[in-house]
Design a protein around this ligand. Structure first.
Ligand code: HEC
Length: 158
């Protein structure tokens, strides 16, 4: 009798453990709310950092100087034409202050969703040009140059 109980408890905790291990956040289009299909992403982005991000919603590259530098280079190629060299805003809005058209961008999950799936008008889905790891690198740079109110930096509080 006792042994059965122990077995039951052991297999239950095993089941719980494995469901935690595979739990992944689902990501949604910033405009339509439709679930994003990450399988359409440009190849090469399923790195350790991105795997971690899918489980935690936190960008592991935040505050990492090497990643921030790479993110800056990528931003210059992929984004600065519309958002300005310092992300101060041009055709697209500024990304370094604490005003967001889409408030979810104050979280890393929200910012990733907007980059991957795009928003309105000229802000097309970025999965066409960038892989998901590159998106995390660019996001780390955007967080690095933040000049807004620290209290509104939700990604630090996640
Ligand atoms: C062809 C021009 C263009 C390019 C290239 C572009 N954007 Fe945008 N972006 C825009 C426009 C226009 C908007 C406003 C769209 C809206 O309000 O729906 C925007 C909106 C955004 C927003 C939402 C800002 C807010 O206030 O909520 C973010 C974040 C963003 N872009 C990041 C990026 C990043 C990072 C890149 C490079 C990977 C990029 N964009 C490339 C034009 C562009």
């Amino acid at each position: 009798m006792k042994t059965t109980h122990i077995f039951a408890a052991a297999s239950l905790s095993l089941a719980l453990l494995s469901s935690v291990a595979i739990a992944e956040i689902t990501f949604h289009n910033a405009i339509t709310g439709e679930q994003l299909d990450l399988s359409v992403a440009k190849k090469g982005g399923d790195t350790e950092a991105f795997k971690q991000f899918k489980e935690t919603g936190k960008n592991p590259y935040n505050g990492n100087p090497e990643a921030v530098k790479k993110g800056h280079d990528l931003f210059m190629t992929a984004c600065s034409g519309c958002h300005g060299h310092e992300a101060e805003g041009k055709l697209g809005p500024g990304l370094a202050d604490d005003y967001w058209t889409y408030p979810a961008n104050a979280t890393d999950k929200g910012l990733f969703e907007l980059l991957f799936g795009g928003a309105n008008g000229m802000m097309g889905p970025q999965y066409v040009n960038l892989n998901t790891d590159e998106m995390l690198l660019i996001m780390a740079w955007i967080r690095d140059i933040y000049k807004g109110d620290p209290k509104k930096a939700k990604w630090l509080q996640q």
